[in-house]
Design a protein around this ligand. Sequence first.
Ligand SMILES: *[C@@H]1O[C@H](CO)[C@@H](O)[C@H](O)[C@H]1NC(C)=O
Ligand SMILES: *[C@@H]1O[C@H](CO)[C@@H](O)[C@H](O)[C@H]1NC(C)=O
Ligand SMILES: *[C@@H]1O[C@H](CO)[C@@H](O)[C@H](O)[C@H]1NC(C)=O
Ligand SMILES: *[C@@H]1O[C@H](CO)[C@@H](O)[C@H](O)[C@H]1NC(C)=O
Ligand SMILES: *[C@@H]1O[C@H](CO)[C@@H](O)[C@H](O)[C@H]1NC(C)=O
Ligand SMILES: *[C@@H]1O[C@H](CO)[C@@H](O)[C@H](O)[C@H]1NC(C)=O
Ligand SMILES: *[C@@H]1O[C@H](CO)[C@@H](O)[C@H](O)[C@H]1NC(C)=O
Ligand SMILES: *[C@@H]1O[C@H](CO)[C@@H](O)[C@H](O)[C@H]1NC(C)=O
Ligand SMILES: *[C@@H]1O[C@H](CO)[C@@H](O)[C@H](O)[C@H]1NC(C)=O
Ligand SMILES: *[C@@H]1O[C@H](CO)[C@@H](O)[C@H](O)[C@H]1NC(C)=O
Length: 557
Amino acid sequence: MPHRSPLHVGMRRVFSKVLLAGLLAIQQIDARDLKSRKVTTRLRARDDAAFDWYKLDASEDITWTPCGSGQQCARVLLPLDYSREADSPKATIALQMQPAAGNATYKGAVLVNPGGPGGSGTQMVAEIGTNLTELVGAGYDVIGFDPRGTGATLPLAQCFETESELQTFAQRTPVLVNASDDSIPYSKAQNDAVAQLCQRKLGGNGSEDANGTVEEWGGGRFMDTASVATDMLRIIEKLGQDKLHYFGVSYGTILGQYFASLYPDKVGRFVIDAVCDAEYYPWNSALVETEGVIDGLYSYCHLAGPAKCPLYESSIAKIKARVWNIMKTKTPLAVPFAAQGPAVVTEALLQQQILNAVYFPISEWPEFANILVAVETNNQSVLAASDFVAAAAPACNSTNEPAPWLRTNSAEYAIACSDYPLADDPAAFDAYLREMTRESPIAAPGWVGSYLACMKWKIEAKKRFAGPFAGNTSSPIFVLSNVLDPVCPFAHARRVHARFPGSGLLVQNATGHVATLTPSACTVAAVQAYFANGTLPAAGAVCQPNVLPFVGAVGGD
Ligand SMILES: *[C@@H]1O[C@H](CO)[C@@H](O)[C@H](O)[C@H]1NC(C)=O
Ligand SMILES: *[C@@H]1O[C@H](CO)[C@@H](O)[C@H](O)[C@H]1NC(C)=O
Ligand SMILES: *[C@@H]1O[C@H](CO)[C@@H](O)[C@H](O)[C@H]1NC(C)=O
Ligand SMILES: *[C@@H]1O[C@H](CO)[C@@H](O)[C@H](O)[C@H]1NC(C)=O
Ligand SMILES: *[C@@H]1O[C@H](CO)[C@@H](O)[C@H](O)[C@H]1NC(C)=O
Ligand SMILES: *[C@@H]1O[C@H](CO)[C@@H](O)[C@H](O)[C@H]1NC(C)=O
Ligand SMILES: *[C@@H]1O[C@H](CO)[C@@H](O)[C@H](O)[C@H]1NC(C)=O
Ligand SMILES: *[C@@H]1O[C@H](CO)[C@@H](O)[C@H](O)[C@H]1NC(C)=O
Ligand SMILES: *[C@@H]1O[C@H](CO)[C@@H](O)[C@H](O)[C@H]1NC(C)=O
Ligand SMILES: *[C@@H]1O[C@H](CO)[C@@H](O)[C@H](O)[C@H]1NC(C)=O
């Protein structure tokens, strides 16, 4: 899809790095080690070549088949349209499970969601299933599922004919959407094109005949988050489980709020981490803490000192001035011999990179600092080898078409724009751009494209749930947040905590997106205790991190 959405950028990395938490805290890994752990975005290359999701039988019951690395996969048929179950065509939902350890007391299944919207739960489990088991406890099965529109689930929100067609189109996407140039009208037209492709593929043909096909009914009309919440209920029912145990991050916290509001008496052990308030979905008031997180780039660099931060200067203000001087005066810079072909590093690209890096300060900032210094000194060997520069020159390989479930898709908008349709109103967009720019001048131009996409989206969900997002849940929810989160602010977590009576709130004194991605023995112990015993954090509880950006390991444990 043309726009790198805010939550989606996060999600992509989240499922490759989630659960650094427990393990990193335990192993005392510092920031430099994290860098070397970079995981490729094309994950599952190993198993996927061999494993064909579409050859896996789909059935009304959940029937597990081994799919590598001790994991189990299944495809389950559920009604596409929950308002007409009797004669609706079926959605085919892909599931992937990291089974509970045989010798532990069995406690049920925990469903997980990696964010997005558009993130693949099966990929999340494929990549970090064992790490999730460590977080929730060996007595639980951990099950990732691909929400409607995503991954190996059908219908899939795929609007382009091929991946290379999509990548070629996406290359012309403005990096930043900024009122001072022509990127806004261009971006609107580009999103209009995508919206029309998607309408043709996913919008249906206007009939809902009994025994008709998903294509006729229009798969894209049934990708709203409430339908996904109902899918989760049906999945646990099919597993013979009364309550939903759940771990969701980022957009996964929104899915969690939908579920807990629609089915409050079905809530079991339920952790939401990096909470975006569903009342403000999609993407409103999301950037109120972003600048605070970005300020940490300068302050943690200063705290770490010259040996650990290559941008170090004698004061925080001087570090900040150096960063912006590099961005503004050393670009555009040619990188002729980059790994994936010649590239140009622009100020806009670096600004976008700040927004990407701000999600995960511990793992991303050291790399970002290295790139800035390389730009400052025109260090071509560093730039040519950098993933970041490679991403600026994306490769389109039309003879290397990925399997459908690994292709880029438009699920993010199929889901978000269904949940929250936006009128195609230029004045409303201007107001949104102004508000986001007030919240974070640095992040807003890389953020607001998602809003344009929903303004242009043409498929209307048949039904949607618009709140209220609140409930007296059968079992208390565990709300977890960093003290400063760049896209799902702590302020949102506090509001959600207040609307779910009895819920617990744990604050981690760290910056970045998703608390469990920052190593903290305290946070991991709190989550483990909750899944083990239902123990909630005490009122006002704060956990300290065991790693700080640039600084590395801190604290005794
Ligand atoms: C996840 O767990 C595996 C083995 O259980 C371990 O090798 C790996 O380092 C862990 N991943 C992370 C990101 O800590
Ligand atoms: C279960 O078995 C695993 C692997 O054999 C072992 O590491 C673990 O300690 C055992 N757990 C319990 C609770 O016995
Ligand atoms: C928008 O672009 C102009 C230059 O084209 C730049 O001066 C300005 O700072 C940009 N605004 C934002 C919010 O990035
Ligand atoms: C939709 O497609 C089906 C199957 O091709 C066809 O029978 C039906 O008449 C179409 N409905 C409309 C409204 O075009
Ligand atoms: C739908 O399919 C079922 C089972 O194949 C069949 O019994 C039923 O008559 C069909 N209904 C219509 C309206 O075609
Ligand atoms: C480029 O950076 C690398 C890594 O920091 C360093 O070893 C090398 O000397 C630098 N090259 C130049 C020309 O500055
Ligand atoms: C494109 O993909 C094919 C098949 O995987 C591979 O053989 C070829 O080298 C790739 N071409 C480029 C330019 O990467
Ligand atoms: C939760 O229960 C309280 C006390 O019975 C009630 O006042 C409140 O309206 C309930 N909230 C929701 C969302 O149902
Ligand atoms: C958070 O950590 C900072 C140091 O990084 C410390 O100064 C501050 O007191 C801590 N706040 C809380 C509430 O623990
Ligand atoms: C769970 O509760 C039991 C009994 O109260 C206790 O021994 C155990 O340490 C608790 N486990 C965790 C992880 O808190």
